[in-house]
Design a protein around this ligand. Structure first.
Ligand code: SF4
Length: 809
């Protein structure tokens, strides 16, 4: 829908206008999947081609224009088929159905919508081209999705001009109502934008400047890549201008982060903004939560007959007034609150949350909320992506499908249990075809004796056309399967047939993206078992397409150096980004950062240098006793270093492999409550290297043995080749930059507040290498990164600790 408040004109699709005129909200029912829409389109096209061959005209544009309450509303549409005969002008609205047309009961609501649509088409086609002898004959034509389900079924619809005109005016009225509601919402938001103020009287150093940079960039329609260290208050520095910009345009802001704790920080920043703005700024935010965490029964069998919280959902939601209650309170709506209040009303909290989402001003969620599902609302939001150093790998994972033989077998077992013979046959046929693909891919790759699998994976050029055909078959089966499950009241979260359909369609959709995706076969001994898949080596274009759909984009983190690399891999480089980096807000005299190049840490040399590393660690912690963390590239090296240290058992804590959250909490508590100095040995890139806050004396130093390059896995090597071909910087892009990012994250544990004092030591010759040193944050040194290097770190640390020692009164 496009509208202009000044000229008071609206342009809207006929279907959308009719949907607006329906009294209730969209019902909870079988999810309307993207596959359903795609398959519906294919089915339309097939039927249209057949009818066009017989003389009908397809995709005929029509429009109807009416004035109402000072608005000029134009409704437009495309008629599926029009056929001019001697006696009649046939006007067809095609409706795809799953199953034979004669035997399929179309939902009354869907049928009513199709009837209303074809009547308005007929009204538009009742023009001067209609010959006197012709009558209008509108029809709804039911066309089976699967051609094997038999012929199409035309159903005549009685046409009466007055009735059609009345329907048109009802729809026009609904459009005007919707526009006026939008306008009121738009005016509320723009009024809020002007009244929103920076929430803190005393901003942290550089915080206001950052907010200003973001504001200017958004106004200039340029994305922002913002590197800002911990403690600068970058959440508010980004959220404040993002909200103002979005509200000024009447739009939403989406703030995406990878971790729950960060989302809580965003909610707190929003509450501060709302409090500072006062009661006249009625803004609402909502934090999203995963479905399995919003399901009181916990079984995720989302069918009204299986879950009473979904039974008669729309009517009960309306009469409960829960939406209005939550929205009218203003401020941040916590998912826990949604859960509690929805449960009290015996309503599904997840469905309530989904309905709240388009109505709030700020949506706080995970990256998946934007990058792995269809957008909600029709206004493009301003998007803030926090801790964006995680986004590259998350986006790659989302775009890398894998079909395992194990899943195929599970789907086959499930399919064989299906009662309906034709559906059972189709599901089994899909599993057979997929398994054949897997086996043929394996056989083909085995014949190529020259290449050796890496970690059980071998590159393989999949047959694009075959997978695309298989994708279509899978989608068609998926629709029928979904419908059958719904009819049988047997909806389950763990349905291997549905999962296989999803994976096969994802493969089919990505299979032709040769520039960014590489096909592979996985052998039985691979960590993922036998199967086939695609590795997304570069998600930049995928991310860019999402950024282009946003009203503004802010991408930020404490570790985004080198900025050109992050701008490229996070999909910003072609969007003319504003790139900015903030200095540390903490006193530089509170920290000492040293690079010690006298030890070597490559796999081949580290054993010989282990005694020297152990000695450096022990001498460092002796200069200023307190709690330290040593970050190591692997658990194996962690164990070796422990052996080389002479410290006693009760002085050393160790991160065990696969440390659970409970173990992590226990070790952190030990550090925080320690009554004698503790040394924690942890893994760089592990659970102690990110999101850990140990202020004051709880942590006074981090010693990082590295750099910790990612292991040269199959995926990494493919990435390396891709970036070498593209930028002649394969090793840097695939290994060095991700490795150094982990180092900087680990180093960031030490200084978390103004009062923290501590040391950061990077142990390893390679830290001096220019391509590695280029990744170290500029705020770590004054003029030149070489200032950090020293062959006598103990003297530097001794001088540092003396300089920060408490002075006698
Ligand atoms: S409808 Fe809601 S409450 Fe019921 S099973 Fe599904 S997610 Fe859970």
């Amino acid at each position: 829908m496009r509208w202009n408040a000044e000229t008071r004109t609206v342009d809207i699709g006929i279907r959308t206008a009719l949907a607006l005129s329906e009294s209730s909200q969209p019902g909870v029912g079988r999810p309307a999947s993207a596959a359903r829409a795609r398959y519906g389109t294919l089915c339309h096209e097939r039927h249209r081609r057949e009818r066009q061959a017989q003389g009908a005209v397809g995709e005929v544009p029509v429009s109807l224009c009416r004035r109402l309450r000072g608005w000029e509303v134009t409704l437009r549409g495309r008629v599926d088929l029009v056929e001019d005969g001697e006696r009649a002008r046939i006007v067809d609205e095609v409706k795809s159905v799953i199953g034979p047309a004669r035997a399929t009961a179309v939902a009354p609501k869907a049928m009513a919508a199709a009837v209303a649509q074809v009547l308005l088409y007929a009204l538009a086609l009742q023009d001067e081209t209609l010959r006197p002898a012709q009558v209008l004959r509108p029809r709804v034509v039911l066309v089976p999705v699967d051609p094997g389900d038999g012929p199409a079924l035309p159903i005549d619809v009685a046409f009466d001009v007055e009735d059609a005109e009345r329907r048109l005016m009802t729809a026009t009225g609904a459009v005007v109502d919707a526009i006026q509601a939008r306008l009121a919402e738009h005016q509320r938001r723009t009024a809020c934008a002007t009244r929103l103020t920076f929430p803190y009287r005393q901003p942290r150093p550089h915080q206001r400047e950052l907010a200003g940079i973001v504001e200017e960039a958004l106004a200039a329609e340029r994305p922002v890549l913002l590197e800002a260290p911990t403690g600068i208050g970058k959440t508010v520095a980004a959220l404040y201008p993002a909200l103002r910009h979005a509200l000024g345009a009447g739009a939403q802001t989406h703030y995406l982060t990878a971790k729950t704790t960060q989302r809580q920080g965003v909610a707190k920043a929003f509450d501060d903004l709302v409090t500072a703005a006062g009661p006249d700024v009625p803004l609402v935010a909502l934090t999203l939560r995963r479905k399995d965490q919003m399901c009181p029964p916990g079984h995720l069998r989302c069918h009204p007959k299986q879950c009473e919280l979904l039974d008669d959902f729309e009517a009960r939601l309306l009469s409960s007034e829960l939406m209005a209650t939550l929205l009218d309170r203003g401020g941040h709506i916590d998912p826990g609150t949604v859960c509690t209040e929805a449960s009290l009303q015996r309503l599904c909290p997840y469905e309530v949350m989904r309905r709240l989402e388009p109505r709030v001003d700020l949506v706080i969620g995970d990256y998946n909320q934007r990058f792995d599902r269809a957008a909600t609302g029709d206004e493009a939001p301003v998007v803030v992506i926090d801790e964006a150093h995680n986004l590259f790998d998350r986006a790659r994972e989302l775009a890398s499908p894998f079909v395992s033989s194990k899943l195929v077998q599970q789907a086959r077992d499930r399919a064989l249990d299906e009662d309906e013979p034709r559906l059972r046959e189709a599901a089994v046929a899909l599993t057979t075809a997929v398994q054949q693909h897997i086996e043929q891919a394996h056989a083909a790759s085995q014949q190529d004796g020259e290449r050796v699998p890496i970690g059980g994976f071998l590159e393989h050029a999949h047959d694009v056309e075959r997978w695309q055909r298989l994708g279509l078959e899978a989608e068609a089966l998926g629709l029928r399967w979904q419908r059958a499950r719904w009819s049988a009241q047997d909806v389950r979260p763990d349905d291997p047939v549905a999962e296989l359909v999803e994976m096969v369609t994802r493969m089919a959709r990505q299979i032709d993206k040769a520039r960014t995706h590489v096909g592979f076969v996985a052998w039985r001994d691979s960590p993922r078992g036998e199967g086939v898949g695609l590795v997304c080596v570069d998600p930049a274009r995928f991310l860019e397409s999402h950024h282009r759909r946003a009203r503004g984009v802010v991408v930020m983190s404490a570790t985004l150096s080198p900025s050109a690399y992050y701008a490229e891999v996070l999909g910003l480089s072609r969007l003319d980004p504003v790139i900015t980096s903030a200095p540390s807000p903490f006193p530089v005299e509170h920290r000492e950062i040293v690079v010690v190049p006298t030890v070597k840490t490559t796999l081949a040399e580290r054993q010989a240098h282990l005694p020297a590393i152990a000695q450096l660690v022990e001498r460092t912690i002796a200069v200023e006793p307190g709690n330290y963390i040593v970050f190591l590239p692997s658990h194996a090296m962690l164990a070796e270093l422990r052996k080389a240290l002479t410290l006693s058992r009760d002085e050393v804590l160790m991160q065990p492999p696969g440390a659970s959250p409970a173990i992590r909490r226990r070790l952190l508590r030990k550090l925080a409550d320690a009554d004698r100095p503790q040394l924690l040995l942890a893994v760089t890139g592990g659970v102690f290297a990110e999101g850990v806050d140990l202020p004051g004396r709880a942590l006074i130093g981090a010693i990082i043995v590295g750099p910790t390059l990612p292991p040269p896995t199959f995926e990494r090597l493919l990435m390396q080749r891709h970036f070498e071909e593209r930028h002649e910087a394969g090793f840097a892009y695939a290994m060095v930059y991700p490795g150094l990012r982990r180092v900087i994250q680990a180093a960031g544990r030490v200084i978390r507040t103004d009062d923290d004092v501590g040391v950061i030591m990077l142990l390893g010759e390679r830290f001096e290498n220019p391509s590695y040193a280029a990744c170290l944050p500029p705020h770590w040194y004054r003029h030149d990164v070489r200032e950090l290097s020293t062959s006598d770190p103990i003297a530097r640390l001794t001088a540092f600790w003396s300089s920060v020692a408490p002075q006698p009164c």
